[in-house]
Design a binder for this molecule. Structure first.
Ligand code: ADP
Ligand code: MG
Length: 573
């Protein structure tokens, strides 16, 4: 079954789908929707972020529940944004059907939510904390559920919601079916699935090419203290920047955002400590591309469905290769070209190596744009912008003033003065700070601890044999073998370490046989200050012209924003 029409959906649903512009079901929808329409069953659905998992469970829920204004489906989501997003998506899918959908989460008035619940609701989408509250207040009744859904299940567990989820589940009726949806299925999810739904279907969409060829992936070698300067250079160099800057922690998000604002960039941020209203506002502006720089943590940005970004900046390299994929998946989609830039400090080198390995993509080293390049790019953009205004003859209000200014004056000097007045130091090299050169050594080694020693019958030869047999690691790649009574140590290249751990740590074992000895990675060392001229010609990747034409609708926003910035800058001085 390849089309929505083949699923036997109601007319209301088909209308809603066509109104939403869904032409055909996504892969996960093709798997899940017919399955749930055929019979209610426990199910785990796995597919990458942005592949339409919401509709995969939303469509069958909307099609099969009794819409009698008692809660028939309870959907848990990890954050308020996601709860809102899921409820919006379901609301738009319900079309003409008389089904009430309500999102409940902390940070919004509980009285309103109570009022709505009392008035009768069919589908509740909520964050665990608020859902618990409402259950305890006896206004949310969860003993008549047809469905219990965990959305972004992996993230829910990451965020420590397991106990809340269990507590909520205890209050629910036995007959309900449970649906878990997630981009990844870590063991912990399988474990709770096993506990709560002994028989379930596992439907998953194998990860396609992790990244598309439309996303160019590069990294910059940079010292931690130069990251911010590097970010500013990227923002200035890329004239049509529309992207997310990913940071590791909330405080880093705040820090970067505040510094950006101080330098007159129009940036906003989202993370868990920011009020719902403010987050929503930032998101709305960002989606409309009025705001073009969003600084975020992984969790806050998780699942936010913007996909046409020109840039994803990994200000801090993600801890997991999975997050890297999620992050950069927001660019280079739907025919939009995108660039993913990862800042890598020497200490983060091993993470980069790991990401390269897991994603099997080449992340190319590039040089941070230097000051001349940036200024040149800015000048080019200004010229193009002026040409455009002339073409649209959008300057009439100023013609008279222009005439007055050039009368009796040298036109070039007049223009230069006006430019200086408007741009101040913006086209001057002093506007930028130095960035120290730093070398990031990627192919480093790691020391592994192996829980096998001489008491288990191992000597050097036997251990090498084992590694060779199980992980196909050639003996020459294994260095500094040390065999103790009950365990051993070896040093291997990171890539081999990955193979070895995967091969020797069988899935069922609670305690892994092989682990990285802590603090073993040498991370390449801080070999900074070595001035090697490795600037390359970056012209090749300056697709400014095609990006411009692709996003011309944004021009005016951007320019008016630019003007506003100038004003703020004036006031500041
Ligand atoms: P996930 O939960 O897998 O990350 P979402 O459910 O948030 O993905 O969907 C991502 C985006 O794709 C949303 O904007 C959604 O409306 C859209 N979408 C979902 N299914 C389809 C479809 N069949 N055709 C077109 N767009 C779709
Ligand atoms: Mg989702």
């Amino acid at each position: 079954m390849q089309r929505f029409e083949d699923f036997g959906l109601s007319t209301e649903m088909l209308n809603a789908l066509s109104k939403k512009g869904f032409e055909e079901p996504s892969e996960i929808q093709k798997l899940v929707v017919p399955e749930l329409l055929k019979e209610r069953t426990h199910l785990i659905g796995q597919a990458q972020t942005g592949t339409g998992k919401t509709a995969a469970f939303g469509i069958p829920i909307l099609e099969t529940i009794d819409a009698d204004k008692t809660v028939r489906a309870l959907i848990l989501a990890p954050t308020r944004e996601l709860a809102n997003q899921v409820s919006d998506e379901i609301y738009s899918l319900k079309g003409e059907k008389d089904i009430k959908v309500l999102a409940v989460y902390g940070g919004a008035s509980i009285e309103n939510q109570i009022k709505r619940l009392k008035a009768g609701v069919d589908i509740v989408v909520g964050t665990p904390g608020r859902v618990m509250d409402l259950i305890n207040k006896k206004v949310l009744k969860v003993n008549g559920l047809d469905y219990f859904v965990l959305d972004e299940a992996d993230e829910m567990l990451n965020m420590g919601f397991l106990e809340d989820i269990e507590e909520i589940l205890e209050k629910t009726n036995d007959e309900k079916k449970m649906l878990f949806f997630s981009a990844t299925i870590p063991k912990a999810i399988l474990a709770i699935a096993k506990r709560f739904m002994p028989e379930h279907k596992l439907l998953k969409v194998e990860k396609k090419e992790l990244t598309t060829n439309l996303t160019e992936q590069i990294y910059y070698e940079v010292k931690q203290e130069d990251k911010f300067e590097a970010l500013c250079r990227v923002l200035d160099y890329e004239q049509n920047f529309y992207g997310i800057v990913f940071c590791r922690t909330k405080s880093e998000v705040d820090d970067v955002t505040n510094k950006l604002k101080a330098r007159n960039y129009d940036a906003e941020c989202i993370h868990g400590d920011i009020t719902q209203a403010l987050r929503q506002k930032a998101l709305d502006l960002f989606k409309k591309q009025i705001l073009t720089i969003l600084v975020a943590t992984d969790v806050a940005a998780r699942g936010i469905d913007v996909s046409n970004l020109t840039h994803v900046i990994n200000y801090s390299i993600p801890q997991e290769a999975e997050s890297y994929v999620h992050r950069i998946g927001r660019t280079g989609r739907a025919g939009h070209r995108g660039i993913a830039i990862t800042f890598v400090t020497p200490r983060e080198a091993s993470k980069l190596a790991q990401i390269k390995r897991v994603t099997k993509t080449d992340i190319k080293r590039e040089d941070i744009p230097n000051v001349e390049e940036i200024l040149e790019a800015k000048k080019e953009a200004l010229v193009a912008y002026v040409d455009e205004i002339i073409k649209e003859s959008d300057f009439n209000a100023y013609e008279e003033l222009a005439q007055r200014l050039i009368e009796g004056r040298d036109a070039r000097q007049v223009l230069a003065s006006v430019l200086r007045h408007v741009y101040e130091d913006e086209f001057l090299p002093d506007n930028y700070n130095e960035i120290a050169d730093v070398k990031v050594k990627i192919n480093d080694k790691t020391r592994l601890f192996i829980a096998l020693g001489s008491k288990d019958g191992y000597n050097v030869g036997r251990l090498l044999d084992l590694l060779n047999k199980k992980a196909r690691t050639p003996g020459r790649k294994v260095k500094d073998v040390k065999i103790m009574d009950k365990y051993s140590f070896i040093t291997v290249p990171l890539q081999e370490a990955e193979y070895i751990m995967r091969a020797l740590n069988s899935k069922k074992d609670a305690k892994p046989l092989v682990e990285e000895a802590t603090g073993s990675r040498n991370g390449g060392g801080e070999k900074s200050g070595k001035k090697s001229d490795r600037r390359r010609d970056r012209k090749g990747r300056k697709k400014s012209s095609d990006k411009k034409s692709g996003k011309s609708g944004k021009k005016s926003d951007k320019s008016s924003k630019g003007k506003k910035d100038k004003k703020t800058r004036k006031v500041k001085k």
